[in-house]
Design a protein. Sequence first.
Length: 347
Amino acid sequence: MRKLLTILAVLLPLTGIVAQKSTLNCTFTGIGDGTKVMVCEPQGNRLVPTDTLTLDAKGRVKLERYSTDGGAQFFALALTRAQSPLLHVLLLPKEKVTMDINYDEAHNVMQITKVRGSENMEMYRRYTDIMAGVAADPSLQSAMPQAMEALIRNNSRQLMSAFLVTYFESAFDEYYDLYKTVRDSTIANYGNNDFVKHVDSKVRSVIANGTEAPDIVMADRDGQLRRLSDLRGKVVLIDFWASWCRPCRAENPNVVRLYHRFHDKGFEVFSVSLDNNREAWLKAIDADGLVWLNHVSDLRGWSSAGGRLYGISSIPATVLVDRDGKVLARNLRGPQLEHKLIEIFGQ
């Protein structure tokens, strides 16, 4: 690997491309000298081992990375043993970074204890502190989201924030404001970075209150097209759900109750299923007594056209639309949904 990097450094000037070198020096404790450390590179949605380095007698290892596009270098380090923890690394061009890393074998955690030369990796060091604390005391798990949010908000200008914010990916709707803060803080300096592009696309997918709800046109259980826009003049709850989603099924009785209570006053439900099994979808409709007619699905699961149109990344998810087809609110459920409908229709 070192020979290849040397050759690369020699050849790039001949092509007219100026390569910017970043250097990472790591000192590991908690593992013996001669231990091998894998370098894992992102390929698609996976991290794939691309090189193996050996620690010297003092637990040290050095990496040199070259950037030809001025972009950040992102990779991960892992031990060559089963179930090794990952240590993510983000290097900006020309950075010279030194890190001390301790491996806690009892809890299988790699914790960065000291960083010099990188604000991004100093932020990540604090993240490893949080993870090490939870590993040592599982009762801290419930406080982890709050600690993560504070870490990201306090360092939202760092490129690392665009990576760490994906901790909240499955609860994006709840943490939309955090994603937007990170996007707004990083896009000017790092707009071409893949993590920032992802955060930007997530933020852009949200349809703000007061804007017109995009029309959903999908087939119902009989194969007939149903359009959300055909319900103009009604207050409509767009309900994204699936037969396999336990929280969705738990919420269904509440939706049924509110449908019966407010339907005669102009309330409709437009259910978009993220199922990929037709039989399971239809069985759940009958079992849960979802008596309204507007049930649609293209049976493509998370690739559902309706779900993608509204940027749905977790379910249950709802969008409440007013009589003029404008978005009133997102993710109202239980008492919140009932109070909103009382506000609209009265007791």
